[in-house]
Design a protein. Structure first.
Length: 655
């Protein structure tokens, strides 16, 4: 290249840069600033908190089969306004939400036409954005049907970022080729730059940023919300170093059926990408962004209620799913004052439909309702448990749901899904929609992450999408690591959606006789604390009928009274995988709980502003040997010293 040619190339580059359009907008409180530009024809953005840039210049845009909307774009205008909303959802971490944000519609043109809007919503702790794609006119008319092939959406983090991530499984692996099902172990405090097991990470994804140049630690949670049957469920891929990008499903999911792309009708608005940021974990734990950005897709067909239940499978496994044992668990739930019993897999053959009708009548006579397990299959994996082929097709599904409605069934637990491709996301929506027609609540297992579904679908309850309590039965290693894992979920998985964990056992061993099987390492008080820490409006606890006599009376009494719906959540202290202290309020009553996975006891003085000085509180604590006790104390001040041993906990309850 001659000097003259080189000079011309540099001059052209400078001209393009000089011609780039850059716009800034802020949250209503001025704490969070987003900067967007079109330098080089490529949309990109940065995010700052209190003047400190925590997300570096990151590409935006997507590719469709009719146009590449990642390049040759011009930012023509940014319209901003303040938007607000108030809503009540009694199945999430905070019943009443008042939401206010700056909305910025960033309008991009290509070849002189309106091609793409990037719509931002910004609050003092959350940044969310989605794309609006417009039709393109051509010789054959207007493009109204499109395939979204990929997204350029990226998140470029500062050097020195550490990660708290759940690797995405490769497809068609694990039990009966049911992976991926969002059930892998988190890696904590690892440096950025890895790509999981080669397939990226499942949402939500947590990052801690402090490279020595930042003023303090910054925390960032990345996820998505608003996904329904019109799009695919996405994951996060590591590009290199600290750069992460939105990834579409893997081709092998659903046993190779379908494409990894999304077929959409134009104009179309994609699901939201969400970022929650803060100088502590408080905004992460308390955010409601997953539900702030969505609206109900239909009205509830009935007044859905929520509460506690039991299930035999976690202790007794498949053989327990017989008529006599389920009847015993119905009596157990009635004795506890519980609302339901979850009858798990194989009931269709081990109990049968006629006897299930009898069982449901018996349960209703005791004031107890039933949830019934179903296999989602289908042709996407080899899971053999029945009932099968009742949920994958509309005609069979609605016939089955009509039978359930006739027999007073409360809801269903549907298991063994096949990935995040668009047909599978549509199946989730179809199951929920049909179930609402018949007044049934829905729990998903072996499944994807919920993405704003509590508000979108009024009969949706919770999803597993985590290494849940079954693993405590399957292997001693899971029991040994129970406290470690329990100290992860309040900071990551359970922050964005209800989590059906099925824990809080008071058995010493995971077996019907409580003498054999894997051994619980955590305390009884720990079991009580996780009943509060793990949020889901319907909780089927891993309690067993023998607990009425072999567990401490104070523990059983607590499990009888603990709520499953909450009005408020407050983060107090903690670190993922080490310990967590937080509080939830139900009505006028507060539950302050803490658990510890570290070898050294946690010793701290808790500020308790939610309790008036002189008020009486019930305090559950462990000694160094994990022997628990309960005392009623009168608070002398709005504080209390607590000590939490490894695998132990504390619980404070009062008004």
């Amino acid at each position: 290249m001659t000097k003259k040619t080189l000079f011309a190339a540099v001059l052209l580059s400078l001209t393009v840069m000089a011609g780039a359009t850059e716009k800034q907008f802020q949250s209503p409180d001025g704490k969070v600033t987003v900067t967007i530009n079109d330098e080089g024809g490529q949309p990109a953005y940065t995010v700052s908190l209190d003047g400190q840039q925590i997300l570096q210049k990151s590409p935006l845009g997507l590719k469709a089969n009719f146009d590449d909307l990642t390049k040759e774009l011009t930012l023509k205008n940014v319209d901003t306004k303040t938007v607000s909303d108030e809503y009540d959802v009694n199945t999430i971490k905070q019943r009443h939400v008042s939401y206010e944000a700056t909305e910025a519609v960033c309008q991009f043109e290509k070849d002189g036409r309106q091609a793409l809007d990037i719509i931002f919503r910004v609050t003092g702790r959350d940044v969310a954005f989605r794309y609006k794609i417009y039709p393109k006119k051509g010789r054959g008319g207007e493009t109204l049907a499109a395939i979204i092939e990929s997204e350029a959406t990226s998140f470029v983090l500062p050097d020195g970022t550490t990660t708290f991530l759940c690797p995405q499984s490769k497809p068609m692996g694990g039990f009966a080729r049911t992976a991926p099902s969002y059930e892998t172990s988190y890696t904590l405090d690892e440096p950025a730059g890895k790509n999981g097991w080669g397939e990226g990470y499942t949402f939500p994804c947590l990052f801690r940023m402090n490279n020595g140049e930042l003023k303090t630690d910054y925390w960032l949670l990345i996820s998505e919300t608003g996904t329904d049957g019109s799009y695919v469920g996405c994951r996060l891929l590591n590009e290199n170093g600290t750069a992460y990008r939105i990834g579409f499903p893997q081709q092998g999911e659903m046993n190779g059926q379908g494409t990894t792309t999304a077929a959409v009708s134009l104009p179309y608005e994609t699901p939201w990408r969400t970022l929650t940021i803060g100088t502590s974990l408080k905004p992460i734990v308390e955010t409601t962004i997953a539900n702030d950005l969505v609206q109900p897709k239909y009205e509830a067909s009935r007044d859905y209620t929520y509460g506690k239940g039991t299930w035999s499978w976690i202790i007794g496994m498949d053989p327990s799913c017989n008529f006599d044992e389920q009847k015993r668990y119905i009596d157990f739930s009635a004795a506890l004052g519980y609302r339901s019993v979850l009858v798990d897999a194989l009931w269709d053959t081990q109990i049968g439909y006629e006897k299930m009708e009898e069982l449901s009548r018996y349960a209703q006579s005791k004031g107890v309702g039933l949830f019934l397990w179903y296999n989602s299959n289908g042709s996407w994996n080899d899971a053999p448990q029945g009932p099968r082929h009742k949920m994958d097709k509309s005609s069979a599904r609605r016939k089955e749901m009509a039978w359930m409605q006739k027999n007073g069934i409360l809801g269903i637990k549907v298991d063994f899904f096949g990935g995040d491709k668009q047909p599978m996301m549509q199946l989730y929506e179809d199951i929920l929609t049909d179930a609402n027609d018949f007044g049934l609540q829905v729990i998903f297992h072996g499944c994807t992450l919920p993405r704003g579904w509590e508000r979108m679908y009024p009969n949706y309850v919770a999803s597993e999408a985590v290494l849940a309590s079954e693993n405590l039965h399957f292997g001693q290693g899971a029991c040994d690591a129970e406290a470690h894992n329990a100290c992860i979920h309040p900071f990551i998985r359970n922050t964005v959606g209800s989590m059906d964990f099925g824990g809080s056992t008071l058995n010493k061993h995971y077996s019907t006789d409580n003498q054999r099987g894997t051994t619980r390492r955590t305390s009884d008080v720990f079991a009580l604390a996780t009943a509060v820490l793990f949020q889901s409006s319907v909780q089927h606890f891993a309690l067993a009928p023998g607990n009425l006599t072999d567990a401490p009376a104070w523990a059983v009494d607590f499990m009888k009274q603990v709520p499953t719906t909450w009005d408020e959540v407050r983060f107090i202290d903690g670190y993922p995988g080490k310990y967590v202290i937080m509080a939830r309020r139900s009505g006028a009553k507060w539950y302050v709980v803490g658990i510890n996975a570290e070898a050294e006891p946690i010793k701290t003085k808790l500020a308790l502003p939610m309790f008036a000085k002189g008020s009486e509180v019930s305090v559950y604590t462990d000694d160094a040997q994990l022997n628990g006790n309960m005392k009623v104390l009168k608070l002398k001040a709005n504080s209390m010293k607590v000590e939490i041993p490894q695998n132990g906990a504390f619980v404070i309850v009062g008004e």
